[in-house]
Each structure stands twice: as structure tokens, then as C-alpha cells.
Design a protein around this ligand. Structure first.
Ligand code: AMP
Ligand code: MG
Length: 387
């Protein structure tokens, strides 16, 4: 058996960064920016009014000014504003030359072509040119792009965005006992759940998952599933990875030419795990127990996907928190305990069986117990993976 960190190193050795592609801005949400992008213009490109009102050279309360024109968004007033003059102006419109401030319309009384200033308090109500950003302002990579970034890049006139290629991932469930959600299972059957959980995890990571048909527990069916991997960068099988009579993933993958990188990892849950390369695709074989598969998804698959997206080869980031309740000593395998984190700290669930998706669903953290860790008291600081 090898350690989790050895296993990760071997996975990273197999995971090749997939490089960059350019996508239209509308497709950039959720993608990882791979190269720094820069603003192509100043925003605003001219001193702009922040309010509806009157652009003036100067204004003192009680003064009457002559309105000499109008500046609207998209239609500037071309002249100068001098002493005793005002230009009707609207939000976003260029502030005419000579104006030092915009008096808001609520603070004046208009009569025909004149205004009387009632109140001259407040700021200038002018947004200087480049106050938001200037040509060359950077958005630096790497960065997961969200709605606010998309708005900013649009404003910067960045129409195409360099992003990490999304890893294409083919997911294969194996087992005679499995049917798809929505189907009616036979008396000895259960619903395939892992592929669905992993699909969602991969989506959240920014990958492009694809579900292949469930492979049955015979070599021919498994070979058919493998033949459907297509152009996937990563193929993940679930189940059939142990040493039971019906565990065919390793022999079938070997038959198809996969060099197996390793097979067993000293962790709980999720001991059986394999990896290798099958033609152009990297392959990871996950254990079938639902919680094992999901935990391996967080511990192994997520870092591999990040490495493929050029984000570096690093384990899933851990945090620390105090224990809210004691935990017993740990055995020889690193244990990822389903736990609940709240203001009082981390509490591990009593039931840690690797088949219990209800417990995983109630957990918001995986408490990480090092191999051979002593019993720990409440209040001790421990590491966890947020879920
Ligand atoms: P295996 O590794 O194939 O021996 O599977 C171990 C356990 O996980 C068995 O109880 C299987 O029924 C279950 N299992 C395997 N694959 C899945 C899956 N995709 N969804 C839900 N349970 C699964
Ligand atoms: Mg099975």
C-alpha cells in the first residue's frame, strides 16, 4: 500500500496540463483564466456625470445661471461652460469643458432657459476619466471567472478570453446491480449514484464530464464501455476495482494496454484505487462504495483536474479547526471522517461506514486523521477538507 501523498504524486505524473483555448466572453463564466488580460481602454473614457443635473463652472446658492445646451449619454455638448452658464446633463454623459461640478437637478429651480441654484453642497458629481480602470489595467491569472469578472472584461473591451481547456472526463459505473436514477430497479438492484455525484463534482471544478453507459460485470461489457471513451482526457471507472471475483476493471484495462500505476492506497474510505494511461486518456479507477468514490473524488480527482487545467500539482487545500468532540486513535490508514463543522468546531459523525451517502450528505467537512494518529481531545486543532 502507498500513502495518499505518494498516490497523488503518481497521479500528477500522469496528468498532463491541457493548455489554453480562447473563448468568446459569453462562454467564459466559470472558466479558469490562464493568461493575464488587460483593459483596452480607459473607463470612463471621459469625465462623466454621476448624476442628472446641470454642469456648471461655479455655483453659489441663490445664483441664476443660463442654460446653454445639453449633454446626454452618447451625445456630448461640444462647447465650453463659462461663469454664469450651465449645461443640462444626464448620468453617464461627458462633462463639458469648463465645468467643475454637476449640481443635481433636485437642488435647482428651472425657469425657461435659466436655473436658480438652491443648494450647492455635496461633491462634484463627476467621475474622472479612468476612474474605474485605465488602458493596461490587469486582471491576473489564474483566476476562476465569475459574473463580476465577465462584466469587467466586457467593459474593458475584452471580447475573447484565454482560458484553460476543460478536461473531458468519461465516467463509467460498473456493476450488474446498478440501474440509472429514474429506472425501476429489480429486487437485487440499486441505483447508480457515484457517477452522478462525481459528474456534479467535475462540473463544479470546471471540467466537462460525460456519463457512459453502465458497464456490467463481464469483460465484454467493460470493453464496450472503454471503447466509448472517445477523446476524453480522463476516464474514471467506479467499482470493480477490488480483488473480488467480479472485479474486472484491472484485468480488462490491462488487456486493453493500460499500464497500471498503482492499486492500493492507505486511506479510509477508498482503499482500492488505480491509475494509468489508456491510449491518450489518463485513467483512474475509483472504489465502488459511494462515500469512498466521492471522497476519492475530493482527494484525488479534484487535484488531478486542477493540474490538467494548469493550476499546479497540489493536494486538496486543507484548513484547520478545533475539535468540538473527542475522536478515538486512528489505525494505519489516513482517515477522512465525515464531520460537521460549526461555531463550536468539528464533530465527526458516529457512523463512518463508506456506504452511507446520507451521512456524507449531512457532512460539510472531511476531518483528516493522519495514519496512526493518537486519540484527540475536544479543543485540539485538527485538519479538515471543506465539502
Ligand atoms: P465494487 O467496488 O464494485 O465491489 O462495489 C462496492 C460497493 O459499491 C457495492 O456495494 C456496489 O453495489 C457499490 N457501487 C458500485 N458502483 C456504484 C455506483 N456507481 N453507484 C452506487 N453504488 C455503487
Ligand atoms: Mg461491483
Amino acid at each position: 500500500m502507498i500513502t495518499v501523498s505518494d498516490a497523488l504524486d503518481r497521479l500528477f505524473a500522469l496528468a498532463q496540463p491541457l493548455g489554453t483555448e480562447e473563448v468568446p466572453l459569453l462562454q467564459a463564466n466559470g472558466r479558469w483564466l490562464t493568461q493575464t488580460v488587460t483593459a483596452r481602454r480607459d473607463q470612463p473614457p471621459f469625465p462623466a456625470s454621476a448624476m442628472d443635473g446641470y454642469a456648471v463652472h461655479a455655483a453659489t446658492p441663490g445664483e441664476t445661471l443660463t442654460v446653454i445646451g445639453e449633454s446626454a449619454a452618447g451625445h456630448r455638448f461640444d462647447g465650453m461652460v463659462g461663469a454664469g452658464q450651465a449645461v443640462r446633463i444626464f448620468t453617464g454623459a461627458p462633462v463639458p469643458e469648463g465645468a467643475t461640478r454637476v449640481v443635481i437637478q433636485e437642488d435647482v429651480t428651472r425657469t425657461g432657459d435659466t436655473i436658480t441654484v438652491n443648494e450647492a453642497e455635496g461633491g462634484t458629481n463627476i467621475r474622472p476619466a479612468g476612474t474605474d480602470f485605465v488602458t493596461g489595467t490587469e486582471i491576473s491569472a489564474p483566476r476562476r471567472l465569475g459574473p463580476n469578472d465577465i462584466a469587467l472584461m466586457a467593459s474593458m473591451n475584452i471580447a475573447r478570453v484565454p482560458v484553460a481547456r476543460r478536461p473531458k472526463v468519461a465516467l463509467i459505473s460498473t456493476g450488474d446491480e446498478l440501474v440509472m436514477p429514474g429506472e425501476t430497479p429489480g429486487p437485487d438492484q440499486i441505483i447508480a449514484s457515484n457517477t452522478f455525484g462525481l459528474y456534479a463534482l467535475l462540473q463544479n471544478l470546471g471540467a466537462e464530464p460525460r456519463l457512459l453507459p453502465i458497464a456490467r460485470d463481464n469483460a465484454a461489457s467493460l470493453k464496450t464501455a472503454f471503447s466509448l471513451i472517445g477523446d476524453a482526457d480522463l476516464a474514471i471507472t467506479i467499482g470493480g476495482a477490488s480483488v473480488g471475483d467480479h472485479d474486472l476493471v484491472a484485468p480488462v484495462a490491462a488487456d486493453l494496454g493500460m499500464e497500471r500505476a498503482f492499486h492500493k492506497v492507505a486511506m479510509r474510505p477508498g482503499k482500492p484505487l488505480m491509475s494509468g494511461r489508456l491510449n491518450k486518456a489518463m485513467m483512474i479507477g475509483l472504489p465502488g462504495n459511494p462515500v469512498s468514490a466521492m471522497v476519492c473524488g475530493h482527494v484525488f480527482v479534484a487535484p488531478v483536474i486542477r493540474a490538467m487545467m494548469g493550476l499546479g500539482a497540489a493536494p486538496a487545500p486543507r484548513r484547520t479547526a478545533p475539535l468540538a468532540a473527542p475522536v478515538a486513535g486512528n489505525g494505519p490508514r489516513e482517515h477522512y471522517m465525515r464531520a460537521q463543522l460549526d461555531e463550536s468546531g468539528l464533530t465527526s459523525f458516529e457512523r463512518q461506514d463508506s456506504s452511507l451517502l446520507s451521512v456524507l450528505g449531512a457532512a460539510n467537512a472531511l476531518l483528516v486523521r493522519p495514519a496512526g494518529d493518537d486519540a484527540r481531545r475536544a479543543g485540539e486543532i485538527v485538519e479538515y477538507l471543506p465539502l
